[in-house]
Design a protein around this ligand. Structure first.
Ligand SMILES: *[C@@H]1O[C@H](CO)[C@@H](O)[C@H](O)[C@H]1NC(C)=O
Ligand SMILES: *[C@@H]1O[C@H](CO)[C@@H](O)[C@H](O)[C@H]1NC(C)=O
Ligand SMILES: *[C@@H]1O[C@H](CO)[C@@H](O)[C@H](O)[C@H]1NC(C)=O
Ligand SMILES: [Zn+2]
Length: 438
């Protein structure tokens, strides 16, 4: 049996060791931890402190900074590394400042403590989504400048935007629509991706576009005992069946392994509203004159919005069945030239080849490019016709965005810096394209 004295000494040494680690000089890991410590979770993200931290970091590396405020209290930070030929289209690296909330009592370490375990796991809200890339961009440039004496041909911009997690309307949407953005003359952009549980980096070339669909039926009210045609409920239920059938055909492609979830049109019922209220619930012997259903639709970029609209107006909510509908489009499916909003991931896009080779040069492998099932700020940039890939270099990492106990392993974080060194140096040295017609 070990003597209690030795046991205690051992524990004391570990604590001492950890404390001395904690007080060690600044490193990419400690700077990541500092950035993770800022409370930028909704509903009350404070953007002041992280922005002043990032400005300090950028200035310490010798980069210039600019803060824009399109909506009061919602700053956009732009960090710039000037290229030797600033007339060439630039490279833009984006990330968002905010994060979703965290239920602290469900976490094993406080979500804003950025606690690093002895195994190197750094626990924090935002560790994966997406404060990792925000720091990695800067750290890789720090290394490119100081260790390799590298200077870019093209200008490299890094943007930090607010409010992505609540739709980006006051953040990237405003920034992308501004003349400030147009003046950056962006040729190629990168934004967040997602962790990969396997050993291939995931990469995203499009987002799906959400639509909110509400269908309504009107009909003659009637006694609950009466069989008659064209009641509101009956008309609505016909549509519900048709929509369910369409949903099945889409889902069958996924179940048969012919398509990923994000490649099909998803349509999911989110509410049903009908009935005549009574004191105890609903009047049971009466068929109501109005009925309504709400659906969440997600459309991949290849989907033809006009075809879907025709289907909705002729099958799902036809006026001949006394139905009406509203569609709230939460984004566009076509860019200003009418092209699907997606980035080519083949030889037709020279930026893609440069990016892919740069990742491979670090010994990494890219998985088959994917469509993101949800949406990010990337859509605002792709809509402008600018090619953009979503990429967060995290392999062998469980997907924990928006989950309890979000973490990133220190070695994965550090490897990501190396990957960006390769990617940023390659993209910013790329002489090839000078126009954006890709
Ligand atoms: C945000 O944080 C800064 C620095 O920590 C603090 O001075 C400021 O009062 C905070 N702002 C709000 C609105 O909470
Ligand atoms: C539509 O409404 C009109 C007027 O209430 C009614 O006469 C007709 O039967 C309804 N048609 C259908 C298909 O519900
Ligand atoms: C490259 O991909 C785009 C978009 O996915 C496609 O339209 C085009 O035909 C492809 N080009 C080549 C050369 O494979
Ligand atoms: Zn994110």
């Amino acid at each position: 049996m070990a003597s209690p004295f030795l046991g205690r000494f051992f524990v004391f040494s570990i604590i001492f060791f950890l404390q001395s680690q904690g007080e060690e000089e600044e490193s990419p890991i400690t700077r990541f931890q500092q950035y993770l410590g800022f409370k930028t979770a909704h509903p009350n993200p404070n953007y002041t402190a992280p922005i002043s931290f990032l400005v300090d970091q950028a200035q310490s590396i010798g980069l210039t900074t600019r803060t824009m405020e399109y909506v009061s209290g919602k700053p956009v930070l732009l960090v710039t590394w000037l290229g030797s030929d600033p007339k060439l289209p630039s490279i833009l690296l984006n990330s968002h400042l905010d994060s979703v909330p965290a239920e602290a009592d469900k976490w094993i370490h406080p979500p804003f403590s950025a606690h690093r375990t002895v195994d190197g796991l750094i626990y924090a809200r935002g560790a994966q989504d997406d404060k990792c890339i925000g720091v990695q961009y800067l750290e890789s440039i720090r290394n490119l400048k100081s260790r390799r004496g590298f200077s870019p041909l093209r200008t490299v911009h890094i943007s930090y935007v607010p409010d992505e997690e609540i739709g980006g309307f006051d953040g990237m949407a405003k920034f992308a629509a501004s003349s400030d953005f147009a003046e950056l003359n962006v040729g190629f952009a990168m934004d967040e991706g997602q962790a990969s549980p396997g050993d291939e980096f995931r990469v995203f070339f499009a987002d799906r576009t959400p639509w909110e669909l509400v269908i309504r039926a009107e009909g003659i009210p009637g006694h609950g005992a009466k069989l008659y045609d064209n009641g509101a409920m009956e008309n609505l239920m016909k549509s519900v069946e048709l929509i369910s059938m369409f949903r099945e055909t889409q889902f069958d492609f996924v179940k048969a392994g012919k398509a990923a979830n994000s490649q099909v049109i998803s349509v999911n019922p989110v509410y049903l509203k009908a009935g005549t209220p009574s004191n105890t619930g609903f009047v049971m012997n009466m068929q109501p004159s109005e009925a309504e259903a709400g659906y969440d639709l997600r459309l991949p970029p290849m989907a033809d919005p006009d075809v879907i609209k025709t289907r909705i107006s002729q099958e799902w909510a036809p006026s001949i069945r006394n139905m009406t509908y509203t569609i709230k489009e939460k984004g566009k499916l076509r860019d200003h030239l009418g092209r699907p909003i997606m980035t080519a991931t083949n030889d037709s896009n020279p930026w893609w080849s440069v990016f892919k080779q740069a990742v491979e040069a670090t010994g990494g492998k890219l998985a088959k490019p994917e469509i993101l099932a949800s949406t990010t700020d990337a859509r605002y940039i792709r809509t402008l016709g600018i090619p953009l890939v979503g990429f967060s270099p995290m392999i062998n990492t469980p997907i924990l965005l928006h989950d309890h106990n979000e973490f990133l392993k220190d070695t994965v974080f550090l490897k990501g810096i190396e990957v960006y060194e390769s990617v940023i140096s390659a993209l910013s040295s790329f002489e090839g394209v000078s126009d954006q017609a890709i």
